[in-house]
Write a protein that binds this ligand. Structure first.
Ligand code: SF4
Length: 114
């Protein structure tokens, strides 16, 4: 049986989605896309958008979505695009550092005992 569409009319059953509990539900979308690399309106302030995120029950789901889908613009999960880019960069560096340590350990384990 096909899964019901998330975009089905409200009178049809649909699976619950994390966005259903978003604190920003019903807000003007532009609030979450303040000035940034996308060059959207200067009148919008990321700090204001982040006030919604601060108490949002699905903040981690929102941030995970933004990181997984590489949302380049706007406030997601309480972080703006620069903060998310820093988080991704930090994660990549940590993963690279771990890979190097594992390779070094494998070499050390494979080396004949002196
Ligand atoms: S974390 Fe912020 S942007 Fe994400 S759903 Fe919650 S209020 Fe909306």
């Amino acid at each position: 049986m096909p899964r019901p569409s998330r975009y089905a009319p409200d009178n049809l059953p649909r699976p619950k989605h994390w966005t259903d509990d978003a604190a920003c539900a019903g807000q003007v979308t532009a609030v979450f896309f303040p000035v940034g690399k996308g060059g959207v309106p200067a009148s919008v302030d990321a700090v204001y958008a982040k006030t919604f995120c601060a108490g949002c029950p699905v903040r981690s789901e929102c941030l995970t979505h933004a990181l997984n889908f590489r949302e380049d613009y706007g406030v997601w999960g309480g972080l703006d695009e620069d903060e998310r880019a820093d988080l991704l960069r930090t994660g990549r560096l940590a993963a690279e550092r771990q890979r190097r340590q594992e390779r070094a350990q494998e070499k050390a384990d494979a080396a004949p005992a002196a």
